[in-house]
Design a binder for this molecule. Structure first.
Ligand code: C5P
Length: 237
């Protein structure tokens, strides 16, 4: 497989075309952003850590029947994925109150949420990823009713699997964001990445954040928590 032209430049990843139209080449960068890209910083080693964590979790989900875009790693920071038509929807799942959920409602941080909360956001940097509901998604044609039901079900399945995996290593899966895409055959499968950039992870014993909140709150070196997450996941393998 040969890496070709840059097709998409994200905030933490670059996506390149390859000589196979069904395969894309993803590079995890060392860049961190907050406030929708308004705060930017280079963090040495973050790309490698996110890539390793993401691969481990994608493999785990694959073993448990969750179809996803991840194919194989090509280096410590690069991977091959299936080309998808990405749905412009971010699915956020919340097991405990944190982040924007706490600033929006009268709720204590880390209050357990039962049932688990699911939210959709419209993926648009220009619009700051606004909240979007089911009928808005359907009316705007961002997904059809069948796909919408699949986004809900698949996110719930991923949550159960990831939650159990993290609980075993003493970590609360507080919340996370998923993205999905359509295969050439029109099937909706999991895409994007599964890393502490996209999920909140809290140490059960100490209450410490092991995720990007450390960067958002300028409270230290994020790679320490990311490395801790990776080490614990590897020990469980
Ligand atoms: O900011 P908020 O509380 O809505 O974030 C919920 C979860 O979704 C967090 O784990 C955050 O890292 C993730 N998220 C993300 N990308 C976004 C928005 C939220 O990965 N654009």
């Amino acid at each position: 497989i040969e890496k070709q032209a840059l097709r998409y430049q994200g905030k933490a990843k670059q996506v390149f075309q390859t000589n196979d139209p069904d395969i894309l080449w993803v590079h995890y960068m060392d860049q961190a952003t907050a406030l929708n890209g308004k705060v930017k910083e280079m963090i040495t080693g973050k790309g490698e850590l996110n890539s390793a964590i993401s691969h481990l979790l994608f493999d785990y989900l694959t073993q448990n029947g969750i179809e996803n875009h991840y194919l194989t790693a090509v280096s410590k920071t690069d991977e091959l994925v299936t080309t998808l038509d990405i749905l412009p929807i971010e699915v956020v799942t919340r097991n405990y109150a944190s982040g924007h959920f706490v600033s929006k409602f009268d709720v204590t941080p880390m209050q357990q949420l039962t049932p688990t909360v699911q939210e959709f956001y419209y993926k648009s940097d220009a619009l700051d990823d606004p909240f979007i509901n089911d009928s808005q998604i359907l009316a705007l044609g961002y997904a059809n009713a069948v796909e919408l039901a699949q986004l809900r079900q698949k996110s719930q399945d991923v949550n159960q699997l990831l939650r159990a995996r993290f609980e075993k290593i003493g970590i609360h899966l507080v919340d996370f964001k998923l993205e999905f895409g359509r295969t050439r055959a029109g099937k909706v499968i999991l895409a994007d990445e599964l890393s502490p950039d996209n999920m909140r992870l809290v140490d059960m014993r100490t209450g410490a954040s092991l995720d990007k909140d450390v960067f958002r709150q300028h409270s230290g070196d994020v790679t320490i928590g990311y490395q801790d997450v990776l080490t614990r996941l590897q020990q469980e393998d």
